[in-house]
Design a protein around this ligand. Sequence first.
Ligand SMILES: C[S@@+](CC[C@H](N)C(=O)[O-])C[C@H]1O[C@@H](n2cnc3c(N)ncnc32)[C@H](O)[C@@H]1O
Length: 256
Amino acid sequence: MRLLADHAPIPLRNPLTAACAIHALSAAICFALMAAPAPALPTLLWPWCEGLCAAALGAAWKLPRWWLPINLLFFPAAFALMALNVPPVFWLAGFGALVLLNFASAAGRVPLFLSTTQAAAVLTTLLPQRAGCRVLDLGSGTGSLLSDLTRVRPDAVCTGIEVAPLPYLLGRLRARFNPMLRMQWGDFWQADLSQYDVVYAYLSPAPMARLWQKARAEMRPGSLLVSNDFCVPGVAPAETIPVGDRMRSTLYIWRM
Ligand SMILES: C[S@@+](CC[C@H](N)C(=O)[O-])C[C@H]1O[C@@H](n2cnc3c(N)ncnc32)[C@H](O)[C@@H]1O
């Protein structure tokens, strides 16, 4: 299984798509067993059978450990919730809201969570003193970090790029009342980093190596790459600043 996972087609190397495939396979196995002339289990236990099967397959596929309880409980929880007789449109609406909020999670493995105001305060101290300095937030969420920055440095030009529709719209709304805030909808991998004095990222471990390559290729000498919480593998930062917030955030800083 491990060997299979390493050589699987690229979509299946993504944990989310791998988990979907694993559940489809586990459900197929359970349906096949249910169709046997003498099904071995009472109906209520079949979701648990699927869960056990998916948890075992997920472990064999070497999905990250936190997938184990998700795989085990997904079908039993879904069946239990069906008993509540909630109209399906509510589940669809919940799913839609999740997609609109976390558009980038599936492919890019970067979910939405926001920097604290303390992280924004520390970031402010790193900005060049020059008026009109340019800051880019890669994956700017609702624009809250940049909004905090412009409160302390109203002279800084702050740009955010966000791909998830709902956070982007909230950011756009903020930008309507803040002339130094520019929100763009799109994929930050397409952005030209050479325009900025400070590039800030609060992403996940997954894109950091690729981000470093991009930063090295595009950022101007003297500009700063600042990452909240996630270090570039194998590249020591020039400076590390503990933020001292409730999230125990750390800012890693590389000078280009
Ligand atoms: C952890 S949140 C950080 C939000 C904000 N920067 C902050 O610090 O409060 C990461 C954001 O990056 C967005 N994102 C991930 N990949 C992206 C991409 N390729 N292009 C644009 N946005 C992306 C996600 O949708 C998510 O809103």
